[in-house]
Design a protein around this ligand. Structure first.
Ligand SMILES: [Zn+2]
Length: 284
């Protein structure tokens, strides 16, 4: 069934959970995420990033996300990830998404405020909620090199500015930069835990972690207890899908059809996500 982003994050805060937001650009990722949420009976956020629209469009994989989430016994938010254009967020809402992230983090501050406000107004028309971003996290969901900028404190989110931003825009959650990067880590992540506490207190809204792949379980838990209630996760799950496929092909070289490869991919993603949620949904 569908629940709102606000409900999911409040549930996370009450229980000391980090709600997993998993990008599901392919059907294997989607069915794996749903089966893990059902198996563990946990709320989850299914996300479709604008950068993944060429893989499968929001009208195709997005419609499947909404349909499967709605009929599932587990609770889901269906969310646009890194919408960089209002038009794309609109397409998501028209398909039935009930949450979206507008990413104006690379825009000048006033421009980010202005378009984020537009996204909030659009979401209200659809009974949906908005996450926005302030501060810069290196890398993107497309898996391009993200080592540049690791530990660069000038990119971190400023708590006073974050408070001003949330007050002006009315967003429901804020993606902040406190030391994570998108994609694969090439250098050790340096997380600023005190900054998370300051951001949570200053903004009054749950903090979102982007670039959640590759952190240790301890690092996740430390972030969650300080106010991170949404954890974006993609790279390692999709990497698991590839490795599952490669392992299947290596042990079944005579395969001449694709379907068993997609099953192997799905099973590998299920294993990866099961490990993730065991950590994120630990009782605090
Ligand atoms: Zn992100």
């Amino acid at each position: 069934m569908l629940i709102s982003l606000k409900e999911a994050l409040a549930y996370g805060e009450e229980n000391g959970y980090g709600i997993a937001a998993v990008n599901t650009p392919t059907f294997e990722m989607l069915t794996a995420a749903i089966s893990v949420a059902e198996r563990f009976d946990i709320p989850m956020i299914l996300a479709h990033a604008e950068v993944h629209d060429p893989v499968n469009s929001v009208e195709s994989i997005g419609a499947a996300m909404v349909a499967l989430a709605t009929r599932s016994s587990a609770k889901f938010v269906v969310h646009i990830d890194h919408g960089e254009n209002i038009e794309f967020i609109k397409r998501g809402f028209e398909v039935g998404f009930n949450s979206a992230m507008f990413d104006g983090s690379r825009l000048p501050y006033e421009e980010n405020v202005r378009i984020t406000k537009e996204a909030v107004a659009l979401a209200k028309e659809h009974g949906a909620h908005i996450e926005a971003e302030l501060g810069v996290m290196p890398g993107r969901e497309d898996g391009k090199d993200s080592s540049e900028g690791v530990g660069d404190r000038t990119l971190y989110t400023d708590p006073a500015l974050a408070a001003d931003f949330v007050e002006k825009t009315g967003v429901d959650a804020l993606a902040c930069s406190f030391g994570t990067v998108h994609g694969l880590y090439k250098a050790e992540p340096k997380l600023d835990y005190d900054l998370i506490v300051q951001l949570r207190e200053a903004t009054g809204v749950p903090i979102v972690m982007h670039g959640g792949s590759g952190l240790s379980h301890e690092e996740y838990r430390e972030c969650i207890t300080r106010g991170v209630q949404k954890i974006n996760y993609y790279t390692y799950a999709d990497k698991a899908a590839l490795q599952g496929s490669q392992a299947f092909l290596a042990s079944n070289p005579e395969t001449y059809v694709m379907a068993p490869v997609t099953v192997a991919a799905r099973e590998a993603v299920e294993q990866d996500l099961a490990q993730l949620v065991t950590c994120l949904y630990q009782k605090a």
